[in-house]
Design a protein around this ligand. Structure first.
Ligand code: ADP
Ligand code: MG
Length: 298
């Protein structure tokens, strides 16, 4: 394509809310054979809500959520925000929404959080977090986890002083357009893959719902980038679509990194293309534009 065609291409992109950072990004996009999608906030709404709670000891639900929220209010994770939002239901309307103080708060990437609240040691997170700290998971809790995963929900466990105390299921629905976007990409001969820090069970259920065949789950940020590199080593030209800080290494590693406009600044900086309107279907707009600019006019 001529420099003029590239300028026109990026201009058309910009007018449609697809910000392309330079001609090279526009050029690479038409060669893409495989797209790696982050799950949370990219394929899903990214606004999880609590859909189920089961207290496994003798605690009253209000007291349970008071302690859990006091811990999670210190976390930036979307799951934490969902839990704190839900916990407010059990607060008195008159009271302000201050939670008890949490001491020694620690956030463990990919696993959860822990803190001491009112002298009680609290942990909120997944199976791995509980296993790492020697908290045994009884059969009823295992069943609740399996049930949640089957329904594409994320099951979260709560332990109090080293004993499993409760279960919380959180749902983060798919974006309405996600399924159709994946199907259109398939018709364009582009393979879609999902990558997530979430557990395998939930990840597989979401993938099934959205029509994606291949999944990398329980992935740490560096692993997301490794997954991209593996696909490149197989001969794929890889685009990565993500919104989070933890997606930025993969956005950089990909041949074309695409950030959701509503995502974090770090992801937007790491990306070659920014989907300003945060519409998933603009992944297709970007590739179409590149194909029109580079495949026809030669
Ligand atoms: P993702 O953003 O894709 O969910 P993360 O690596 O951030 O990936 O988290 C992976 C998993 O770790 C979550 O699905 C959850 O089970 C657990 N986790 C992480 N942070 C928290 C938290 N603040 N509260 C509860 N669970 C958490
Ligand atoms: Mg995300």
């Amino acid at each position: 394509a001529t420099p003029t065609a590239v300028m026109v291409g990026t201009g058309v992109g910009a007018s449609q809310g697809v910000l392309i950072k330079g001609g090279l990004a526009l050029e690479r996009a038409h060669k893409v054979t495989c797209i790696v999608f982050d799950k949370t906030g990219t394929l899903t709404m990214g606004k999880p809500v609590v859909v189920k709670t089961k207290i496994l000891n003798s605690m009253v639900i209000g007291d349970f959520y008071e302690i859990v929220a006091a811990t999670e209010v210190n976390s930036e994770h979307p799951l934490a925000k969902a839990i704190v939002e839900y916990a407010k239901i059990f607060k008195d309307e008159q009271e302000n929404h201050a939670w008890p103080e949490a001491r020694d708060f620690v956030s463990i990437t990919g696993k959860g959080v822990k803190a001491t609240v009112r002298g009680i040691k609290v942990m909120v997170g997944n199976k791995k977090l509980m296993c790492d700290h020697g908290v045994s998971i009884p059969d009823d809790a295992q069943e609740l986890l399996a049930e949640a995963e089957e329904m594409a929900q994320t099951g979260i466990l709560v332990s109090i002083n080293g004993e499993l105390a409760g279960f919380v299921a959180v749902s983060d629905p798919l974006k309405p357009i996600a399924r159709e976007a994946i199907s259109i990409l398939k018709s364009m001969n582009i393979v879609s893959i999902m990558v997530t820090g979430d557990n395998w069970g939930t990840a597989n259920s979401i993938a099934r719902e959205v029509g994606i065949d291949s999944v990398f789950a329980e992935a740490k940020p560096e692993q997301k980038a490794e997954n991209v590199k593996e696909l490149q080593a197989m001969g794929h030209v890889v685009a990565m679509v993500g919104d989070g800080i933890n997606d930025s290494p993969a956005l950089v590693a990909a041949d074309v990194g695409m950030a959701i406009g509503a995502g974090t600044d770090i992801a937007i900086e790491a990306a070659d293309i920014v989907l300003m309107k945060s519409n998933l279907e603009d992944v297709i707009t970007a590739i179409d534009l590149s194909r029109k600019t580079f495949s026809r006019i030669r």
